[in-house]
Design a protein around this ligand. Structure first.
Ligand code: SF4
Length: 301
């Protein structure tokens, strides 16, 4: 631990704070967190948190979800401009016009979306729960927003439903090409390729395992295979490289980095304690609608 990390840990105790970090955060940030997890785990932990302050090291939609699920707490996003380009691709009006076009459909909204979009949806999902959430709904038609890649993956797994897609995606995962996957398969023929369903369906064809960030970590830790290709953001590669010293790890694409996830520095966390970051505030009407969609998701798992 360096001096800054020690200082943050001391303040965390004094100020009765909980620090939550996403798997895509840098290792120095992960190392001072109380918990490191994917967006679903962080949302559940924030909901149950009994500390006065929650510092969510991730991107804006994650801190918003923490505030919505536990509104009494003061929630901070250390890097205030850490957003999610996929969440920014869709507006509540886009959802409302899809609803108008498909009045019989239920709206399933990936958690990587703004509170305003969640508020006009019926239920949220994460990459690990998307299939289960879609199956749980009585509607045959499902509007799935905003990630077309995750939506297509779910559509294949749940063929009895008609999935209506929105044209959004995670630019980081969508940027992996078939050529990248082909090259890896050719150069590392015996390696297991583990891919996140935010990647394109043509890329998923090359995968030995498809799953959420938590699923990929779990698979990599448990498999006997010694050569693993990580097909998601670099943070997962970093975590596993430190842990699995007996395995050879590779990344599916160079620069597989979400710049927004890497914006959080230790100084930003310190700034939350020093009163130099505004707490997350959302309109009450937006929070109430988004809470319904999030709580329905949490209730399913
Ligand atoms: S990795 Fe993709 S989905 Fe996740 S925060 Fe970055 S842009 Fe958004």
């Amino acid at each position: 631990m360096n001096d800054l990390q020690e200082k943050i840990l001391k303040l965390k105790k004094e100020r009765n704070a909980l620090i939550l970090a996403h798997y895509y955060q840098t290792l120095p940030v992960q190392d001072i967190a109380d918990f490191v997890g994917d967006s679903f785990a962080l949302a559940k932990l924030a909901q149950k948190a009994d500390k006065d302050m929650i510092i969510l090291c991730g991107v804006r939609f994650m801190a918003e979800s923490a505030k919505i699920l536990n509104p009494e707490k003061t929630v901070y996003l250390p890097s205030f401009d850490a957003g999610c380009p996929m969440a920014d691709m869709i507006t509540p009006d886009d959802v409302l016009s899809l609803r108008k076009k498909h009045p019989e459909a239920a709206v399933v909204c990936y958690v990587n979306s703004s509170a305003a979009v969640k508020a006009v949806s019926d239920i949220c999902c994460t990459s690990s729960s998307a299939e289960k959430v879609v199956r749980s709904l009585p509607n045959r038609q499902i509007i799935f927003v905003p990630d077309k890649n995750l939506g297509s993956y779910v559509a294949k797994s749940v063929p009895e439903k008609e999935i209506i897609l929105f044209d959004g995606c995670c630019p980081i995962h969508d940027n992996v090409s078939v050529k990248d996957a082909e090259t890896v398969r050719k150069t590392l023929p015996d390696a297991k390729i583990l891919v996140h369903p935010e990647c394109r369906s043509e890329v998923l064809e090359f995968a030995d395992y498809i799953g959420s960030t938590a699923g990929i970590l779990d698979y990599a830790r448990k498999t006997d295979a010694l050569d693993l290709v990580i097909g998601t953001e670099y943070g997962v590669f970093d975590i596993l490289s430190r842990e699995l010293l007996n395995k050879k790890l590779h990344i599916l694409k160079d620069n597989f980095v979400c710049a927004d996830m890497k914006k959080t520095g230790l100084e930003d966390i310190l700034a939350c304690f020093e009163g130099n970051r505004p707490p997350i505030e959302l309109p009450e009407s937006e929070m109430a609608g988004a809470r319904k969609s999030l709580e329905r998701m949490v209730g399913i798992e």
